[in-house]
Design a protein around this ligand. Structure first.
Ligand code: KIV
Ligand code: ZN
Length: 518
């Protein structure tokens, strides 16, 4: 089995992407996790680019023991000095030098002739080699460079001591078959290529970074440069987790593997997202929220019967505990009752049946129904078993920043009578609770009120929980609605029903005790 080296550049090329900058402590934390993940090389930064980068590379170099730690440097003595100054503290340092080789970069960016670029590449490889035995040379924009010129440069730097030759598709321009052809051509035509590690570095401008990296591996590349979650300049770099899981899942096809502990993938991905604050799109391959989620009834049934029906890798293989059954309007009874059991509700078939109907009604209103939604449904359904002394019929609330909040609430009593009261308050909730107090006529104290969005998004359900006390008794009540004022009123009425039920129960058991005593 060929082992492909994973060169992680999350902390260098990845960090260069908008919104992904990290401070030194965050970089150290991330580097430790990359070490746990088992990458072969951590590119810790571009030491010459800033004092902050220099310090980060140095700190990571001191911290990391089990991977090669690299610093990027332009092919300039001062950059290489700086890179070495920072990276020399690690056990396995690498100097990664680069210079552009494409006509457009040489003419407009470097303003140098190909001969000058060749000289600089060779001289700076020799210069780096004086510091460090492990030198990687990158021909920036290699995929748009003239092949004969690339061959000349690569042969020159290999003779000068480069140990890894990197072929960047800097602007994400090539197609997988072109990349494969280029790698094969370089393998066959560059003298000395068999003595060094051939690497690729693909950007994602046309969405082909992972495909190009895999095509390069098939054509003979031995190292791939990539980033966690595919972060990086513009559309990003090739995503580490996608390359690794492609090789793992289709080992039969690629005949190659990596040293990566894939069970660390999910954790690494989440850590990066938390540190940078950059969210992972839900449909992102491997690590997106939906990557192991099933919503349609047919898929859920299939996965529950045998996960291989719709999953080509297990969630456990990336460090997730299980597949996620997303409960939504397409879900069936099977997945719903299974989730009830997983949540610890051992309800009988009739209750499960009526809960399923409620769930379907809710799923019609919301995109997905979360575990919290289901818990709230069950809790509400169980508390429905308590007789409803009062039931909400309707409410009208008038509120704003220039008027006193007023609430008119109508409740139906268990004997069928409708009672309406109007009250003003400090806010719409306070006004509603006061109106309810007037209807119920009990001395009620609100002890606690909390509101929580049970799920995110504009269609989130608000769950209100209240704690009330009256005559030495304290009870709770819950209300759930996509309207938070309705959720508040439902919670308060639910608490009052619980209070009345509790009071009646205590009264009954007190008089039963008295009867017994007689
Ligand atoms: O994209 C690129 O060409 C690079 C090199 C510096 C390796 O990031
Ligand atoms: Zn790059």
């Amino acid at each position: 089995m060929r082992m492909i080296k994973i060169f992680d550049t999350t902390l260098r090329d990845g960090e260069q992407s908008p919104g992904c900058s990290m401070n030194i402590n965050e970089k150290i934390e991330m580097a430790r996790q990359l070490e746990a993940l088992g990458v072969d090389v951590i590119e810790a930064g571009f030491a010459a680019s800033s004092q902050g980068d220099y310090n980060s590379v140095k700190a990571i170099a001191k911290e990391i023991k089990n991977c090669v730690v690299a610093s990027l440097a332009r092919s300039l003595p001062q950059d290489i000095d700086s890179a070495w100054g920072a990276v020399k503290y690690t056990e396995n340092p690498r100097l990664h030098i680069f210079i552009a080789t494409s006509p457009i970069h040489m003419e407009y960016k470097l303003r140098k002739t190909p001969d000058e670029v060749y000289e600089q590449a060779v001289e700076m490889t020799k210069y780096a080699k004086k510091y460090c035995s492990d030198v990687e040379f990158s021909a920036e924009d290699a995929s748009r460079s003239d092949r004969k010129f690339l061959k000349r440069v690569f042969e020159g730097v290999i003779k000068a001591g480069a140990t890894t030759i990197n072929v960047p598709d800097t602007v994400g321009y090539v197609s997988p078959s072109e990349m494969a052809d280029l790698i094969k051509w370089l393998r066959e035509n560059v003298e000395g290529m068999d003595k060094v590690t051939l690497s690729v570095h693909c950007h994602n401008d046309l969405g082909l970074a992972v495909a190009n990296s895999l095509a390069a591996i098939l054509a003979g590349a031995e190292q791939v440069e990539c980033t966690v979650n595919g972060i990086g300049e513009r559309a990003g770099n090739a995503a580490l987790e996608e390359i690794v899981m492609n090789l793992k899942t289709r080992r039969d096809f690629y005949g190659a593997d990596t040293r990566i502990d894939n069970t660390q993938i999910y954790k690494t991905s989440r850590m990066l997202s938390q540190i940078t604050g950059v969210r992972i799109p839900p449909n992102k391959a491997i690590v997106g929220d939906n990557a192991f989620a099933h919503e349609s009834g047919i898929h859920q049934h299939g996965v529950l019967a045998n996960s291989l029906t719709y999953e080509i890798m297990t969630p456990e293989s990336i460090g997730l505990s299980r597949s996620k059954m997303v409960l939504g309007k397409h879900s069936g009874r099977h997945a719903f009752t299974q989730r009830l059991r997983e949540l610890g509700f051992n309800v009988n078939l009739d209750v499960a049946d009526s809960l399923f109907k409620e769930f379907k009604a809710l799923a019609d209103k919301k995109k997905t129904v979360s575990d919290r939604d289901i818990e709230a449904l069950v809790r509400r359904s169980l508390s429905l078993e308590i007789p409803e002394a009062y039931k909400l019929e309707r409410y009208v609330i008038n509120t704003g920043n220039t008027i006193t909040p007023t609430s008119s609430v109508t409740l139906v009593k268990s004997d069928g009578t409708h009672v309406e009261e109007v009250a003003i308050g400090f806010g719409p909730v306070d006004a509603s609770f006061k109106a309810i107090n007037m209807i119920v006529g009990l001395p009620i104290e609100l002890e606690d009120y909390s509101i929580e969005a049970v799920t995110g998004g504009r269609d989130a359900q608000g769950e209100v929980s209240v704690k009330i006390s009256s005559n030495g008794k304290t009870v709770k009540g819950y209300g759930l609605s996509t309207d938070i004022l309705e959720a508040s009123i439902l919670a308060y009425v639910n608490a009052i029903n619980n209070l009345i039920y509790e009071s009646e129960r205590t009264e009954k058991s007190d008089s039963a005790e008295k009867e017994e005593a007689k």
